[in-house]
Design a protein around this ligand. Structure first.
Ligand code: PLP
Ligand code: COI
Length: 364
């Protein structure tokens, strides 16, 4: 069936799954993005027919003709979300509907056929169900889900492809940063920008990340964990990090985050933190924050904490910021109480330890 209509997944179970003993060993300390489950979901699209051939099948390489469009012009989008093991053993998804919507928005920006949201959600539910034993139960661990869509047409002309392949893989993960929940150090890139007005900054497309790798490599060479980008026009206002949004905490306990200016990713964690902070009685504003305001605020004590947030990074405190103009420290360089309190409220909902007043979680 095509278009917005639902199609059923054919389930082809892996005849040679990883043994339970091996799996348990892999789940002890999975790191981030290195261990994968036994299955994947795939769905195909061809213009005129729509989405078809939905499958859950053994995880395997994807054979590709060397002239496949994605390999040349990077027509690709992805998402990132997690399934969390709850105390009763059940699994919870967090705001998967928001990922489904953002996937559609990213597809439109990249001139790709949008995958109907229900089909996206169905693929997630089916794969998590088949591979549920791969969800770790240790604290801070989860099953990271990576849906992506590529232009699969074999064609070298530059125009939107007429064929697409959607794939969903799953990876048991621990904390994104190897130091766990320790504060990270950022490098303010003065050489590179991430996204310009009219560009693809608000889409979750692979090309944004490819373009950021030189900046990330530079940050790491300079002893930093992540790069933070300034806006492409004024080279003054904080956009976001390579893979996370950013929040500033004022002396009064209120929060500021850069507004969605079309050049930053509309993070689902960002939106959740805004809701949770307001529920704690904090004021949250979305507005431009310049590097000078941040630096001066850190020095004067006007800004007491800064944290990064995203699905992979959860809430990660920022300790030190380095730039060509020197470095500054947020607070005492440790994890501040506002960051810690918001992180706790968020993960308590994600792991089902606190009531979900917002309808964010779905139990599978
Ligand atoms: N910004 C970028 C560039 C990202 O890659 C991510 C991660 O997905 C985020 C922000 C945070 O988004 P979310 O909270 O939806 O994971
Ligand atoms: C995520 O948080 O899901 C991302 O895609 C960001 C990346 C740094 C792993």
């Amino acid at each position: 069936m095509n278009g917005g209509g639902m199609i059923d997944f054919e389930i082809h179970r892996n005849p040679q799954p990883v043994t339970a003993t091996e799996r348990e060993a892999l789940l002890v300390n999975p790191g981030f993005g290195r261990v994968f489950t036994d299955h994947m979901a795939t769905i195909r699209y061809v213009e005129g027919k729509g989405w078809y051939d939905a499958r859950i099948e053994p995880r395997a390489p994807i054979p590709m003709d060397p002239a496949t469009a994605v390999l040349h012009y990077a027509q690709e989008i992805f998402e990132g979300l997690k399934a969390y093991r709850r105390a009763d053993g059940q699994l919870g998804l967090f705001r998967a509907d928001a990922n489904a919507r953002r996937f559609v928005e990213s597809a439109k920006r990249m001139a790709m056929a949008p995958l109907p949201e229900e089909l996206f959600l169905d693929s997630i539910r089916q794969l998590v169900d088949v591979d549920r034993d791969w969800t770790p139960s240790s604290p801070e661990a989860s099953l990271y889900l990576r849906p992506f869509q590529i232009a699969s047409e074999v064609f070298l002309g530059v125009r939107p492809a007429r064929e697409y392949l959607y794939v969903l893989i799953a990876s048991p993960v621990g904390p994104y940063f190897s130091g766990g929940l320790k504060p990270v150090t950022l490098w303010v890139s003065d050489e590179y920008t991430r996204a310009a007005p009219g560009g693809t900054g608000a889409a979750k497309c692979g090309g944004n990340y490819a373009a950021g790798l030189a900046a990330q490599a530079q940050a790491m060479e300079l002893g930093c964990d992540q790069v933070v980008y300034l806006d492409a026009v004024h080279r003054r206002f904080i956009d976001e990090l390579g893979g996370m949004n950013i929040f500033f905490v004022g002396r009064d306990g209120n929060l500021v985050t850069p507004e969605l200016n079309g050049s930053i990713l509309p993070g689902i964690t960002r939106s959740s933190i805004m809701t949770l902070a307001r529920a704690q009685g904090r004021d949250v504003s979305e507005r431009p924050v310049s590097i000078e305001e941040w630096r001066e605020g850190a020095r004067s004590g006007e800004i007491v904490e800064t944290f990064a947030c995203g699905t992979a990074a959860v809430l990660t405190p920022i300790g030190v910021v380095k730039s060509a103009e020197g470095e500054f420290t947020l607070g005492d360089g440790g994890t501040g109480p506002v960051t810690e309190g918001l992180r706790q409220s968020l993960v308590d909902i994600q792991y089902g330890r606190a009531p979900d007043n917002y309808g964010w979680t779905t139990v599978i």
